[in-house]
Design a protein around this ligand. Structure first.
Ligand SMILES: NC(=O)c1ccc[n+]([C@@H]2O[C@H](COP(=O)([O-])OP(=O)(O)OC[C@H]3O[C@@H](n4cnc5c(N)ncnc54)[C@H](OP(=O)(O)O)[C@@H]3O)[C@@H](O)[C@H]2O)c1
Length: 414
């Protein structure tokens, strides 16, 4: 019997544990799952029984059956406790971040115990560290470990996969893809700000800076090069539409995930695959002015590398546990266009979006559906540190379409 078989043959008490259920995003994921009433055995987990009980009481006002949800207590810094916790479930979904601060023992426990895992991290340096430390063990135990199942990086990763599928269905192959944010409205939570500030603090370490500057930072050894990086803080004109493109602040995270997917999918998009992400800020002088302001804002955000700026930001911005109100979430949206270009120059366009703010409303749907996909869908039985596209692929696209998100190929390749 292999480690992988051993981890899976013993029946587990739960199909899914939601860890970090007391946090801002964790509460939204719990609410999503409670309203969906999935037919599985699941539980809420966190470090404080009292806080978990309060969350469960709130959930029971939305859906009375929530009062039956088991509550499990454990501190994520305690590796032995995390091993015991994750042995009880087939899937562990966690919103306890910053992940580089609170997530390593939990992810390591899942890799060791053959427990499938999904999270919301956008902390590339941490994911690299987790790949180096746990990928090989997760391959042995069969644990499917899937970081970045929120706004970073599902629209990017599954959007590109969708372009690839559309071209392959017509006998072609993807050579490049361009992601353009057309419209987006949302705000940040305290946990996201804490994660960004923690990442900025780590920038003091040259090895972290090297990882963050590497466009192939998440790729396996032997697949860590390709066409030159296309990350740039400079505004540029879209040669196709003549409109101005500004840098997108999540591109340094998402592009690494998409490139890892390509490597894990045996270079399905090709060794020469090119990918970039930008924001379409409009045409003419107004577009240029907006692009210049966005670029300047990105450069100035580098100031958080300095400790006094971080301290000020932590005091002025939302604290952990806080985030945009229900009205703000429901009044938010995002709309992304992806252009795929095939090896023969053929073009295909796709749209990804939702009528919810990207960071919390839509993210809680995406993470909730990722956890359900891992727990309920027939997926390739391959362990390791994976990506949404390489692990859940079109099964997850179908789930997200079914709940009303846009994942649509707009035009046949021409
Ligand atoms: N990728 C995306 O699109 C996306 C979107 C949204 C959020 N995120 C990320 O998700 C993470 C959470 O954000 P958030 O705003 O929900 O944060 P938050 O409100 O601060 O919640 C953090 C959670 O972690 C728990 N926690 C902290 N330390 C712990 C420990 N030692 N043991 C067990 N639990 C612990 C907290 O428990 P207590 O309640 O007991 O303090 C809380 O439940 C952040 O890293 C953020 O960047 C990503």
């Amino acid at each position: 019997m292999t480690d992988s078989d051993r981890g899976r043959t013993g029946a587990r008490e739960f199909d899914l544990i939601l860890f970090g259920a007391t946090g801002f995003t964790g509460r939204l994921v719990a609410e999503y799952l409670v309203k969906k009433r999935p037919s599985l055995r699941w539980a809420l987990a966190g470090r404080s029984f009292g806080r978990l009980e309060r969350v469960r009481n709130e959930l029971a006002t939305l859906e009375p059956s929530a009062k039956e949800l088991p509550l499990l207590v454990g501190n994520s810094m305690d590796r032995a406790a995390m091993d015991r916790l994750v042995r009880r479930t087939r899937v562990l979904c966690t919103t306890a971040g910053p992940y580089a601060r609170y997530g390593s023992a939990l992810l390591g426990a899942c890799a060791e115990q053959g427990t499938d895992y999904c999270d919301l991290t956008g902390e590339t340096h941490w994911v690299r560290e987790m790949i180096d430390t746990h990928h090989a063990r997760a391959v042995e135990t069969g644990a499917r470990i899937v970081p970045s199942c929120g706004f970073d990086s599902i629209p990017s990763d599954l959007g590109v996969l969708m372009l690839h599928e559309a071209l392959v269905a017509r006998g072609g192959r993807l050579a490049e893809a361009h992601y353009r944010v057309l419209r987006m409205k949302g705000a940040a939570s305290g946990g996201t700000i804490a994660s960004a500030l923690h990442a900025a603090e780590r920038m003091g370490d040259p090895s972290v800076r090297r990882v963050l500057a590497d466009p192939y930072a998440l790729n396996p050894e032997g697949a860590r090069s390709g066409p030159g990086p296309e990350d740039s803080f400079r505004p540029r004109k879209d040669p196709e539409t003549g409109r101005w493109l500004a840098p997108f602040f999540m591109a340094p995270v998402n592009t690494r995930v998409v490139r890892r997917s390509n490597a894990l999918l045996d270079q399905a998009y090709g060794h020469e695959f090119r990918y970039d992400e930008t924001v379409d800020v409009g045409a003419g002088f107004t577009g240029l002015a907006r692009a210049a302001m966005t670029s300047a804002g990105m450069v100035m955000s580098g100031a958080v590398a300095f400790a006094p700026v971080r301290m000020l930001a932590a005091r002025l911005l939302p604290a952990p546990g806080e985030g945009p109100s229900r009205e703000e979430r429901e009044g938010g949206w995002f709309d992304i266009e992806l252009l795929g270009v095939g090896t023969a120059g053929e073009r295909v366009r796709a749209r990804v979006g939702a009528k919810q703010d990207p960071g919390y409303g839509a993210t809680s749907w995406m993470l909730g559906e990722s956890a359900l996909c891992l727990a309920q869908d027939e997926l390739p039985r391959r362990g390791g540190l994976l990506t949404p596209a390489s692990c859940m692929g079109m099964k997850l696209v179908e789930r997200l379409r079914a709940i009303g998100m846009t994942f649509q190929v707009e035009s046949a390749p021409q």
